[in-house]
Design a protein around this ligand. Structure first.
Ligand SMILES: Cc1cc2nc3c(=O)[nH]c(=O)nc-3n(C[C@H](O)[C@H](O)[C@H](O)COP(=O)(O)O)c2cc1C
Length: 269
């Protein structure tokens, strides 16, 4: 075959494509393990930030995150319908991937449009709850995974509640695709600093916590339930209100929180 023939050019181009695809595919497979590890580490870090156990922006080593997480956090898997803890006889708790379960028809259930406040269409049957263990082994806080649609994307985060199951201790969003400077301000520590101390439920047990459009008037009698909106990002702000309303409501963590209020959690055999 001539060096500058069409056949030779095609052969070289094909070989180059094959070699490059093999390199890219091997890199993707080889790095998958590290990506997963990094993702898990990021989640642990966000649970700790939501609970106020590490400060955002301060460099914390992987070892320190692992140490704090294993010392302070007790992760339990909840059957959302019953609100009870499930153990490994029911689900492989250690390897349970909540995100994957949410899109698996066998491990999730569809949500009626009228009840789908978070606009997620399906929700997993089992969800993790991260209990922050205080002195003497009591549950000091609950960190709940929350997610739902903003304007462009699904926002994933954690909401930390005090041991009354009502007072917010912190909120984080660790994954979303909202616009930088607008919806992405959900990550801004200044906005998130408004949340601690807010109340979720009123005396009748109704969910009142919400993000307003604009500022909360300081004299408003409802100031303990209301959070300032993110300016120019009313749709993302509304999404945050709605996803909280969904996840703390009767179709998600409601049964668990109700039992937690009453007597602490039970177990699903
Ligand atoms: C390029 C572009 C990106 C936007 N990104 C967001 C966003 O991430 N979140 C959001 O709520 N609104 C976003 N908006 C604005 C919305 O379209 C809408 O105008 C806004 O949510 C209304 O909020 P406001 O009443 O506070 O202005 C974006 C607008 C443009 C033009």
């Amino acid at each position: 075959m001539k060096r500058d023939s069409t056949a030779q050019t095609l052969l070289v181009a094909t070989l180059l494509c094959v070699v490059c695809s093999v390199i890219v595919a091997s890199a993707a497979v080889g790095l998958r393990h590290f990506q997963l590890e990094n993702k898990q580490l990021d989640q642990k870090k966000n649970v700790l930030i939501a609970a106020g156990l590490i400060e955002e922006g301060v460099a914390v080593s992987q070892q320190e995150i692992d140490r704090l997480f294993s010392e302070k956090i007790h992760r339990v898997l909840i059957n959302l319908k019953t609100g009870k803890v499930v153990d490994s006889s029911v689900v492989d708790v250690e390897n349970y991937d909540q995100r994957e379960a949410a899109s698996d028809p066998a491990r999730s259930q569809s949500i009626e449009p009228v009840a789908d406040l978070a606009r997620i269409k399906r929700r997993e049957k089992y969800a993790f709850v991260y209990e922050v263990v205080g002195a003497g082994g009591s549950v000091d806080q609950l960190v709940l995974p929350i997610y739902g649609k903003g304007l462009w994307s699904t926002l994933y985060g954690f909401l930390a509640l005090a041991s009354d199951g009502n007072t917010v201790r912190g909120i984080t969003f660790y994954e979303h695709g909202e616009t930088a400077g607008l919806g992405a301000e959900v990550e801004n520590p200044k906005w998130r600093a408004i949340w601690p101390g807010k109340q979720v439920f009123d005396e009748s047990g109704d969910i009142r916590l919400e993000v307003l459009k604009g500022h909360v008037p300081p004299t408003s009698p409802d100031v303990k339930y209301k959070v300032d909106g993110i300016s120019g990002a009313t749709i993302t702000s509304k999404g945050v209100s709605q996803l909280i309303r969904y996840w703390l409501g009767p179709d998600a963590f409601g049964p668990f929180l109700e039992q937690f209020h009453q007597q602490g959690q039970g177990t699903d055999a």
